[in-house]
Design a protein around this ligand. Structure first.
Ligand code: FAD
Length: 292
């Protein structure tokens, strides 16, 4: 028998979290796989479950002081239908799992599961997203790059819940498809074995803001090629400047990303394939999105 809590409010959920070891559960699409047993047997959880996906406080979008706040319990279907969703995040969600699953699976679950191949994480790194955490006694926010510390590992404390993902204003947070005159260029590519229900072999989410015939700022995040999403401000600084200098620095930029990625062989792909395709996608972003 699985023991469940279904609190009516966030405060009630945080009280339970403070007094007892529980497993937060939202859409359950990662948890049921993690705790599955052989066919015909119900999953066996290591602690009582705390349902959080239905909590009103974890739902909805708000846009305050230019910051977009997406509730941790918002399912992907709602993310796709909201016009405020940044185009990079929408592109990742559109290729995540399949429509039926996107009705229940949540953004918060994807982040807390902390898989190196978490598709929503990649654009959120590129967009400098922050994770909002609450316990019964405190609230804090952490950049996503600090929140996720390794495969399956985050900085969440046993008494906390992830309540929202906050995306700050910035040139990468465009919401519409880019036309030829746009000053922001974006690229999202997921490489998987099929179009639905395929975890990423690797993925890239990148944006660049162009001005005065050159690159003003840029964000490049590469997923599933290291224990956590790869993003480097140092390498991004090399993109900035005239398009001519970017052309000259392209090989050095690719070499730098080559040193940063540390992919593994697993059932989905090989380290060699991941490395080569990741660098090809960075090259494609530079040559086709910025220099063309
Ligand atoms: C068939 C299938 C296809 C899939 N395809 C993809 C894919 O293409 N790309 C991809 O990235 N993922 C994929 N997934 C994985 C999964 O659907 C996503 O990671 C999803 O976003 C998880 O959200 P959830 O609400 O179901 O999380 P859950 O399974 O409910 O929870 C996941 C983890 O997060 C914790 N958690 C959830 N919410 C909170 C909270 N508010 N505060 C604290 N902790 C919390 C849970 O305790 C658990 O550790 C797939 C899964 C399946 C079954």
């Amino acid at each position: 028998m699985v023991k469940w809590y279904r609190p009516g409010t966030l405060d009630e959920a945080l009280e339970i979290r403070a007094r007892e070891t529980v497993i937060p559960i939202a859409g359950a699409t990662d948890l049921y796989v993690r705790y599955r047993r052989r066919s015909g047997l119900a999953p066996e959880f290591s602690a009582p479950l705390l349902a959080v996906g239905h909590l009103t406080e974890l739902q909805g979008y708000s846009d305050e002081n230019g910051e977009l706040r997406i509730g941790a319990g918002v399912p992907y279907a709602d993310i796709l239908s909201d016009g405020r969703t940044p185009v990079l995040l929408a592109a990742a969600v559109r290729e995540l799992a399949a429509p039926a699953l996107r009705n229940v699976a949540t953004l918060g679950g994807n982040i807390c599961n902390a898989s190196p191949a978490a598709d929503a994480a990649c654009p959120l790194y590129a967009l400098d997203a922050r994770c909002e955490l609450r316990s019964a006694s405190r609230a804090r926010t952490l950049p996503i790059a600090e929140f996720i510390t390794g495969p399956g590992r985050t900085q969440i404390e046993p008494d906390e819940l992830l309540t929202a993902i906050i995306i700050p204003p910035g040139p990468g947070r465009v919401t519409a498809a880019i036309d030829d005159d746009a000053t922001t260029r974006v690229l999202y590519r997921k490489v998987g074995t099929r179009r639905a229900n395929a975890l990423s072999k690797l993925a890239i989410a990148a944006w660049a803001s162009l001005s005065g015939g050159g690159v003003e700022s840029v964000g490049v995040a590469i997923g599933a090629v290291a224990p956590t999403v790869v993003r480097s401000r140092e390498v991004e600084a090399d993109f900035v400047g005239s398009l001519e200098s970017l052309r000259e620095k392209t090989d050095a930029i690719l070499a730098a990303y080559g040193r940063l990625v540390a992919p593994i062989d697993d059932q989905r792909s090989t380290a060699e394939y991941r490395r080569e395709v990741a660098l090809n996608l960075v090259k494609q972003f530079i040559e086709q999105s910025l220099l063309a």
